[in-house]
Design a protein around this ligand. Sequence first.
Ligand code: NI
Length: 246
Amino acid sequence: MQLQLSTWPEVEAYLAASRSVILPIGSTEQHGPNGMIGTDALTAAAIANAVGEATGALVAPPIAVGMAQHHMAFAGSMTLRPSTLVAVVRDCVVSLARHGFERFFFVNGHGGNVATVTAAFSEIYAEASLGAPGNRAGLKCVLRNWWESAPVKALSKELFGNAEGSHATPSEVSVTWFLHPDAQKPMALDPPVAPHGSFADAADYRRNFPDGRIGSNPGLASAEAGRRIYNAAVEALAADYRAFAA
Ligand code: NI
């Protein structure tokens, strides 16, 4: 059940039966030479909506721009400052809490969001702990990275081995090609597997990872692999959501 496709009486009826909601969060950033800029937001939204269909959960609209400052030396990337993203996550949660929602299950598509979204959860809890007026106690938030459940990690390893890497991965590119077959861009990459390493700001990132990838070979991506990974992610997260909402 998607919030954007629902009416307010439907949401009111949903709240009579459940206080839990799913919130997809992604990013809009470069994903190497053949990956879509929307990869992290597209995958998070699609997987979250499928988890909603499997569990009957309400799914909020995606937060499509995340914390991606390190990608800003590549055309098309967008970022929120960490402090802005903390405020966005907080305001989204508090908006829904105003209507009675108590449990917030974030489906995340971007590793760079994790530290900031976790900080946002701490801000939300701190406001309740410090007794700020208007803030409700008892809210509970979790963040789940769709690529990190055990079955998905095992499948990525089976399909791509050490070419999975950590950014512009063949797994995430495959899922976008499954979701949007008309936007596939198959190509051989040079070098096949990108370098590993660390980064600080955007210029440093581009110096270390000239075509945008980290440790990955998304030249191995396919829509068929994407279908398998997507199904594994939805199944794992649906079980996780049911336990969280119970
Ligand atoms: Ni990504």
